[in-house]
Design a protein around this ligand. Structure first.
Ligand SMILES: [Zn+2]
Length: 61
């Protein structure tokens, strides 16, 4: 009946090793915030904004 409490583990986004959730640094590959995933859509929006600013910079000159 005595179940061990499960540690919350999540795969590292870089090396896929299981690391503790919300750990600040992966103990295997050393990247920061290994369990924090940036959604692909946010990356896409960010890239679009950067491209738009560069384009408008050249248009205004
Ligand atoms: Zn890792």
């Amino acid at each position: 009946m005595d179940k061990e409490p499960k540690k919350t583990l999540d795969p590292c986004r870089n090396c896929k090793s299981e690391v503790e959730l919300k750990t600040r640094r992966c103990p295997y590959c050393g990247i920061l915030n290994p369990t924090v995933k940036v959604p692909e859509i946010l990356k896409t929006i960010f890239i679009i904004i950067v491209v738009m600013s560069i384009v408008s910079y050249f248009i205004n000159n």
